[in-house]
Design a protein around this ligand. Structure first.
Ligand SMILES: C[S@@+](CC[C@H](N)C(=O)[O-])C[C@H]1O[C@@H](n2cnc3c(N)ncnc32)[C@H](O)[C@@H]1O
Length: 197
């Protein structure tokens, strides 16, 4: 990511962006409950922003790492986690430059973030039988909220390609409403690093 982009994200967080959306992603909540992974499972919140999903995971007894490019977001995320007495390892990471270690996680959560370089590595970052939960904006002709630049949205079926070496147990492309009432075009997938069953 360019220095310009990093500063743009820092500026957004410094201006208070996303503070009004502290709720974890409902799709993540539903599937974490369904998967019922053992306490202490290692989870990664990719591009965590203010850490809403990282806090949800830590509250549910995951060992959580949360990474983002924005030092301003991470500072605010640390403060929010400390308020809830949650132990989360927040680190600054630019996924354009570096990807997390291979085979490290029982669960990877990606919410409202797309990085095609990172996406090529996601399956390899999962432990055997590890899970990926992914929700992001989808290209659409409908009038919706979210990124204006179509490059920051998935093409139809593109997320299936990200999961091609995984067992996909759920996939949908939908128009849906966020908890704050905003209309979004979204693609969602849940997949497991276990092609054998
Ligand atoms: C729309 S926000 C989503 C934040 C969070 N996942 C959530 O759902 O609340 C996108 C996040 O991606 C981060 N980001 C953008 N480019 C990045 C990159 N190259 N590496 C790491 N993080 C990046 C931004 O700082 C921002 O926090």
């Amino acid at each position: 990511m360019s220095e310009f982009d990093r500063r743009r994200w820092d500026g957004r967080y410094a201006d208070g962006s996303y503070r009004s959306r502290p709720h974890p992603t409902p799709f993540v909540v539903d599937w974490v409950e369904k998967l019922d992974l053992r306490p202490g499972s290692r989870a990664l919140d990719v591009a965590c922003g203010l850490g809403r999903n990282a806090r949800f995971l830590a509250t549910n007894r995951f060992e959580v790492e949360a990474q983002d490019i924005s030092s301003v977001a991470l500072e605010q995320a640390r403060t929010l986690a400390a308020k809830d007495d949650l132990d989360i390892k927040f680190t600054q990471q630019d996924f354009d430059v570096d990807t997390p270690v291979e085979s490290a996680f029982d669960l990877i959560v990606v919410a409202r973030f797309i990085n095609r370089t990172l996406n090529d590595h996601l399956a390899g970052m999962l432990r055997p039988a590890g899970w990926l939960i992914y929700e992001h904006h989808l290209k659409t002709d409908s009038i919706v909220n979210g990124p204006k630049d179509p490059d920051f949205r998935f093409d139809p079926n593109e997320l299936l390609g990200v999961c091609e070496n995984l067992r996909v147990v759920f996939y949908e492309e939908v128009i849906d409403q966020d908890p704050d009432g905003r209309t979004m075009a979204l693609v969602r997938a849940v997949a497991c690093n276990d092609l054998s069953s």
